[in-house]
Write a protein that binds this ligand. Sequence first.
Ligand code: ZN
Ligand code: ZN
Length: 139
Amino acid sequence: MIEGSCLCGAVRFTIDGGMSGIVTCHCSMCRKAAGGAAGAFFVAQRDEVTWQGEEYLTVYRSSPELERSFCSRCGAAMTGANLIAPDDTIILTANALDGDAPARVVAHEHAASKASWNDGNEKAPHFDGPFPGWETLRP
Ligand SMILES: [Zn+2]
Ligand SMILES: [Zn+2]
């Protein structure tokens, strides 16, 4: 069982089925919707997804033919850009996944739209806890 939830826990999904890969999208819309350097998405069979707290989902039409949704309490993105006229699949956010997932990132799309502020981020040091230098970052 694949499980996901928003930040506040009001919205949850469970998938009684599989997933085959995660794609990150670096386009400006996905970056803004995700609140990060990229959105991360996967495809599920619509009839294998069970929602809890679906009434907390707010749908936003980000393009004439596409809509996304997020939790109206905490703002967490829950679905990616899905066709308004739904087919048998649904794009869900990998950011919402709880625990491990039976798939890994297989592609990065719209790489040409990557945020310039993220250039070279792999060279920045990693900390297992909080960054100890926040005080040094005052402008
Ligand atoms: Zn929430
Ligand atoms: Zn995108």
